[in-house]
Design a protein around this ligand. Structure first.
Ligand SMILES: NC(=O)c1ccc[n+]([C@@H]2O[C@H](COP(=O)([O-])OP(=O)(O)OC[C@H]3O[C@@H](n4cnc5c(N)ncnc54)[C@H](OP(=O)(O)O)[C@@H]3O)[C@@H](O)[C@H]2O)c1
Length: 240
């Protein structure tokens, strides 16, 4: 209890997400649920009482979800019909995208986002939270020292996806991560969401999952781009 109060105090002092409202256990459709980040988010959502539907591909390995009590809907984010069918199947209040392109081309990100936004608008899912990347789109210019290299094209595509979401008319939130710690790194409990888009730091997926669920319950998390920041973790010098 004391740790939680301390955390809230740190959030307020750090200018992060404002004090939380009572958690609303609304139904969530989760893209990327079988992934390293998505499965952590699924676990946190279930713990917070949200009914969760995981959008998975026919061949997705569901093992990271273990025996979590989630529903499944099968489809491909690159197929508009699949995404539309998923959104039409139930009244989701919240959509979360924690997908990553894997071996697909960079245009995975704008294509998938267009499909989600089209379906969400058609079927009345009002809120959409996207997990994005520090450096996406115009944000890249704030990190001239960062050796993005091949990632620059991916970040441009991620920026396009963010823009599609911001222009969608949905109630949106974007949580960008900088350097992700290796999957399975335990949560530190010290990550916060910062509105300072000049910050690039490390973060664990477990902490990102907690921040995701807290964002859903916060008064003022939506309508903003956040950078997930954990000052307790190491950060590579070459990005400074
Ligand atoms: N900054 C960093 O250091 C860093 C490093 C890695 C990732 N990231 C970013 O962090 C976020 C999460 O990454 P992650 O590594 O946790 O992801 P991940 O483990 O690679 O998981 C990706 C998820 O997306 C799903 N997916 C991919 N293509 C799909 C499609 N066509 N249709 C439906 N689902 C599809 C995958 O499904 P399957 O199970 O079917 O494959 C999987 O569930 C992403 O935004 C990623 O770009 C950042």
């Amino acid at each position: 209890m004391f740790t939680r109060l301390l955390y809230l105090l740190i959030l307020c002092v750090a200018g992060g997400v404002p004090a939380m409202a009572a958690p609303a256990a609304e139904p969530v459709l989760l893209f990327g649920a079988t992934g390293q980040l998505g499965s952590e988010i699924a676990r946190e959502l279930v713990a917070a009482g949200h009914p969760v539907t995981a959008f998975v591909r026919a061949g997705s390995d569901r093992s990271r979800l273990g025996d979590l009590p989630v529903q499944f809907v099968v489809g491909d984010l690159l197929a508009q019909d699949d995404v539309t069918r998923a959104l039409a199947g139930a009244r989701y209040r919240i959509v979360i995208d924690a997908s990553a392109r894997g071996g697909a081309a960079d245009d995975f990100y704008p294509r998938a986002m267009r499909h989600i936004v089209t379906a969400a608008r058609a079927h009345g899912a009002p809120r959409m939270l996207l997990h994005g990347s520090v450096g996406a789109g115009e944000n890249m210019a704030l990190f001239p020292q960062a050796p993005f290299g091949r990632m620059a094209a991916t970040l441009a595509a991620k920026g396009e996806a963010e823009k599609i979401l911001e222009d969608s008319g949905l109630d949106w939130a974007i949580i960008r991560n900088g350097i992700l710690m290796p999957a399975g790194t335990p949560a530190t409990g010290k990550a916060v969401l910062s509105a300072d888009q000049r910050l690039m730091r490390s973060v664990t997926r477990a902490d990102l999952a907690r921040l995701t669920v807290e964002c859903l319950a916060a008064e003022d998390c939506f309508g903003h781009v956040w950078h997930a920041v954990d000052e307790s973790l190491p950060f590579p010098d070459r990005y400074r």
